[in-house]
Ligand binder design. Structure first.
Ligand code: 3PG
Length: 403
């Protein structure tokens, strides 16, 4: 980005892909982490006199406008935080976008409406995506440039991420740059012991990352809904807890390969079991190998790791030099089942290790639980993107810039 600024951007239309995909409660932004993370690049360009056009997505609309996926709440929050003028177009490449773009003054920012309101954004057809990219690029006139600052979307081969970069002089945004530098520390010359904390509901979402971590991580601590598939793989009954039966053999294979690879899995020894999935459900702590013996019998559902496991996990984190955490330990949105996630967040803030929190849910979890971003080494804005980076996959948004 500094290279572009040095070339001079005053009066030029600079297209910036940002990640403004924030969680909403109606029209209120419940976690503005991604908006705050997007601001510095927009400010840098604004200060340098660029006319900034921002593209972003929110949620997964089906290729047509839908009110609930409008960028309006995100744009409003961005405008509150910014010290430059921010406007939102009513469409992405239509009359509103064209008119507001042509009236843009130096240093002003125009956010285009959700790129996913146009089905061509995510099309598998190169020509379709290309046609949409052409329309986005046309808004930049004859001397435009593109800055990719949406780390959370670099794993998407979408028009606003990939195809525009093949059509305009393109630059890496500071946020993407920082994210890549940090995540690289988790893949090369990692300071050991390297402890990975994995949670979240499904093991099937984490298979590739687990595969890639075998032999690289010293210890993998398993929590969240996926722990029950690990317990089942170890031969335990999990009552009504979340279970991916088809993944049991896959997990058994991981457990077998892990010891040969020098990675050890730590699976909870106790869990919090509830009578039903509700904030006010009755609950009790039981041994992980005796879930069916709880008061709720076969109907009991595990919604958090237990205190003994939380302490064991915290001790592993304390002894680590590098920690990567992805995925909550339990249903942290319900106070009664947030202790495990809180204990991990606390352990990450207490350790001297270099700590990275990756994944939208984990970032939202630590902020919801009252922790500050500054208490962690790095909180990634990427969910899927940070996992795919760690999986060693090629990320279209980055490889197109390399080219
Ligand atoms: C995210 O939330 O991880 C990014 O914004 C990407 O969103 P997507 O998974 O809908 O592409």
């Amino acid at each position: 980005l500094n290279e572009l600024i040095a070339e001079g951007v005053r009066g030029r239309y600079i297209l910036v892909r940002s990640d403004l995909n924030v969680p909403l409660d109606g029209s209120a932004v419940t976690d503005d982490g991604r908006i705050k993370a997007s601001l510095p690049v927009l400010k840098k360009l604004s200060d340098a006199g660029a006319r900034v056009l921002v593209t972003a997505h929110l949620g997964r609309p089906k290729g047509a406008p839908e009110d609930k996926y409008s960028l309006k709440p995100a744009a409003t929050r961005l405008a509150e935080l910014a010290d430059f003028k921010v406007q939102l177009a009513n469409d992405t490449v239509g009359d509103s976008a064209k008119e507001l773009a042509s009236g843009l003054q130096d240093g002003e920012v125009l956010i285009l409406e959700n790129v996913r309101f146009d089905a061509r954004e995510t099309s598998k057809d190169d020509a379709e995506r290309g046609a949409f990219a052409d329309e986005l690029v046309a808004l930049t006139g004859s001397n435009g440039a593109f800055v990719d600052d949406a780390f959370g979307a670099v794993h998407r081969k979408h028009a606003s991420v990939f195809d525009v970069a093949t059509r305009l002089p393109s630059y890496l945004g500071d946020l993407v740059h920082t994210e890549v530098e940090v995540l690289r520390k988790l893949t090369t010359d990692t300071q050991r012991p390297y402890v990975v904390v994995l949670g979240g509901s499904k093991v099937s979402d984490k298979l590739a990352v687990i595969d890639n971590l075998l032999g690289k991580a010293d210890t993998i601590l398993v929590g969240g809904g996926m722990l029950f598939t690990f317990l089942a793989a170890a031969g335990h009954k999990v009552a009504g807890s979340l279970l991916e039966e088809d993944q049991i053999p896959v997990v058994q294979d991981y457990l077998k390969r892990a010891s040969d690879a020098g990675t050890s899995f730590v699976i909870p020894t106790d869990v919090v079991v509830a009578s039903r999935f509700a904030a006010d459900a009755e609950h009790e702590v039981v041994k992980a190998d005796a879930i069916e013996d709880s008061t709720f019998g076969a109907a009991g559902i595990g919604l958090d790791i237990g205190p003994e496991s939380a302490s064991a996990f915290a001790a592993q984190i304390e002894g680590a030099k590098t920690v990567f955490w992805n995925g909550p330990m339990g249903v942290f949105e319900f106070e009664a089942f947030s202790s495990g996630t809180r204990a991990i967040a606390q352990a990450l803030t207490d350790t001297v290790a270099f700590t990275v929190v990756g994944g939208g849910d984990s970032a939202a979890a630590v902020r919801t639980l009252g922790f500050e971003d500054s208490q962690f080494g790095h909180i990634s804005t990427g969910g899927g993107a940070s996992l795919e980076y760690l999986e060693g996959k090629e990320l279209p948004g980055l490889s197109v810039l390399d080219r």
